[in-house]
Design a protein around this ligand. Structure first.
Ligand code: GLV
Length: 303
């Protein structure tokens, strides 16, 4: 039997727990907090299938202790997410949103040589923090723009991958100092919370741009707003926020920030693939099989 919540709005916690009574499987979204008290209140659960690659909404350690399998949806969203992070990168550097507003507001009275000057992308240095699937997909895109690619990750890519993607592993400080674009593709972990803070933003070039399509709390949003306002960096393309759906009020007023409501994987094709994969994961566990894409709790312990 399937209990389907059709509205595109999260169930309240009390209702979610009530509806999970006697249920073995849950297909859920990143807006559902699957924490220790919820897992304790739902002892029949065998699997939680998150329709997302990130799973910081789930207490994986507690779930594993209780024998609940957690699954996510990697791979199917890699290219779509990288497409959008690249879109933010280009929109920010070339001031697409400001330009659009300028035209709509009737300000385009005559062509001007110095109007809306932006930053070049081709030939510049791209710094990728988090060199997993999406980070590597960004490096592939950078090749088409003749960019130098630096990356930072706890784990080094193998030499063949580094050669193929023309990517060089470096420490965070060097990456921040040398990159013209810094793009974040790391999971949210205790050690990546506020990885980008006032100190790191001050390390970046004044002409550099930040892109975040990972998780909001990886960036100290108040520090970012100050950096954008005071010109510590040139701009930022931001798809994720520290306290979604809230956005730091200072960010909203800044023309050099391009803001999006956490939509990096939101293409019709990809959202369908994510939903199908989550259902396959859920059914596999309920049928006693290994799910296609389980979250390995050891990965969390290792990182
Ligand atoms: C979306 O944010 C995801 O993690 O898939």
């Amino acid at each position: 039997m399937v209990d389907l919540h059709e509205a595109d709005k999260p169930l309240g916690r009390t209702e979610l727990i009530a509806r999970l009574k006697g249920r073995q499987g849950l297909v859920c979204l990143i807006t559902d907090a699957i924490d220790a008290p919820l897992l304790a209140a739902c002892p029949d659960l065998k699997v939680v299938a998150n329709v997302a690659v990130g799973f910081n909404n789930i207490d994986v350690v507690e779930a594993t202790k209780r024998g609940v399998v957690i699954t996510n949806t990697p791979d199917v969203l890699t290219e779509t997410t990288a497409d959008f992070a690249w879109t933010l990168l280009m929109a920010t550097a070339r001031r697409v949103v400001e330009a659009d507003r300028y035209v709509r507001e009737g300000k385009f009275k005559q062509w001007e040589f110095m109007l809306l000057l932006g930053g070049d992308i081709h030939g510049k240095t791209l710094g990728i923090i988090g060199f997993g699937r999406i980070g590597r997909a960004m490096a592939r895109r950078a090749r088409g723009f003749d960019m130098r690619v630096l990356y930072q990750d706890a784990v080094a890519a193998n030499p063949a991958t580094e050669r193929e993607l023309l990517a060089t592993r470096t420490d965070t400080a060097t990456l921040l100092r040398e990159s013209d674009f810094v793009t974040l593709h790391t999971p949210l972990l205790p050690e990546t919370q506020h990885l980008i803070n006032a100190e790191s933003l001050k390390t970046m070039k004044k002409t550099a741009y930040l892109v975040n399509a990972s998780r909001g709390p990886v960036v100290d949003e108040a520090a970012l707003a100050q950096a954008l306002k005071e010109g510590w960096i040139a701009g930022a393309g931001i798809d994720v926020f520290e306290r979604e759906p809230e956005v730091h009020p200072a960010l909203r007023g800044l023309p050099n920030a391009v803001l999006a409501p956490h939509i990096a994987s939101a293409s019709s094709d990809t959202r369908l693939k994510m939903a199908n994969l989550a259902v396959d994961n859920c059914l596999a566990v309920l049928e006693g099989n290994t799910p296609p894409t389980p979250v390995n709790p050891e990965v969390l312990a290792r990182r």
